[in-house]
Design a protein around this ligand. Structure first.
Ligand code: SF4
Ligand code: SF4
Length: 323
């Protein structure tokens, strides 16, 4: 960890913009493009950072007499002020798109997008502390923590080290007092969390699969899919063709909350009922992904709680399962 005297997020954003890199920063709705460092805010956007690597709609090929491959996205971009939960979610998405079969579209975007995360304070819905910390550097290329006018800066990846080479003369080692200040701030922020879940809940989930609680929880759910679309770790997509003899094949986000999601061509649907689909979201994140990938696929960002029109609250659901 190195120290920069001032707001490193602003300085690095300005430098990258001068170099012609497109820079994005948090705004109320999404991480949006900025053209001045004064536009960097600390809000948690409603939309996560995943669309920079895995867009909601993405053309994969064009077809006509033959298949034309679509050029991979090589645009150099930087997202600054990324929330640590969002950056950590990228690490989980890497496990899906880069392990085993490697997705070239995701790979190209991942290589050309610089993720600069920044430590933050929890809002009323956050519970990242249950899995990690708002000071986590996982998934970022550079991690920054701004405390009392100075910035603690760490290059996490090779890409991050490359960027920091341009700042060598401006970065120094922290003093003992500064290290203590950092630790105290971490401790202070940890004390601000009002929500938590039990991450080691897998055995209890197995016991509760046939419980009536799933029908009760699903009563208000309208099947809108907001919880999955806003989730930084949800990665399901559908493949669609547009055009008969000539057209495009693209992928689009899908949601396990939609009735068509598991509909088979025989017309059988293994998750015909809404409560079965809602149950699946919790089992996928807290059991199936742990069994297949070794990770809980939730980073505690709280978006599925704050934006659900029916008030379905993942923390309350997991507490009910734990009971
Ligand atoms: S956001 Fe809420 S209402 Fe919409 S599908 Fe998810 S749980 Fe159901
Ligand atoms: S499941 Fe909900 S709280 Fe967990 S990462 Fe997804 S949106 Fe955030």
């Amino acid at each position: 960890m190195l120290v920069y005297e001032g707001d490193f997020l602003k300085t690095v954003a300005s430098k990258l913009m001068k170099e012609g890199c497109r820079v994005y920063a948090p705004s109320e709705i999404a991480y949006t493009e900025i053209n001045h460092d004064s536009q960097i805010s600390d809000v948690k956007p409603k939309k996560s950072v995943k669309e920079f690597l895995f867009p909601q709609n993405e053309v994969l090929i064009g077809y006509g007499d033959w298949i034309e491959k679509v050029p991979l996205n090589r645009e150099r971009r930087a997202v600054v002020g990324v929330k640590p939960c969002d950056a950590r979610a990228i690490k989980l998405l890497d496990r899906i798109f880069l392990e085993g079969f490697e997705d070239p579209y995701y790979r190209a975007r991942r290589e050309n997008t610089i993720i600069i995360s920044s430590s933050c304070e929890p809002d009323a819905y956050c519970f990242c502390e249950s899995f990690s910390s708002p000071f986590s550097e996982e998934g970022a290329d550079i991690f920054v923590s701004r405390i009392d006018g100075i910035s603690f800066v760490k290059a996490v990846s090779e890409k991050g080290k490359e960027v920091l080479k341009g700042f060598e003369s401006d970065l120094r080692n922290p003093t003992d007092q500064e290290i203590e200040k950092f630790r105290n701030e971490e401790e202070r922020v940890r004390g601000l969390f009002r929500r938590s879940v039990e991450a080691e809940i897998q055995e209890k989930m197995k016991e509760k699969f046939d419980s009536e609680i799933w029908k009760e929880i699903a009563i208000g759910c309208v099947g809108c899919g907001t919880c999955t679309f806003l989730c930084p770790t949800c990665f399901c997509f559908d493949m669609l063709d547009e055009g008969e003899k000539k057209g495009i094949r693209y992928r689009a986000w899908d949601s396990c909350q939609f009735p068509l999601y598991t509909l088979e061509s025989s017309s059988h649907n293994p998750r015909r009922e809404k409560w079965q689909r809602l149950r699946n979201r919790f089992y996928d994140k807290f059991l199936y992904m742990v069994e297949s990938k070794g990770n809980v696929f939730c980073v505690g960002c709280g978006r599925c709680i704050s934006e659900c029109p029916a008030g379905v609250d993942i923390v309350e659901v997991l507490q009910e399962v734990s009971r």
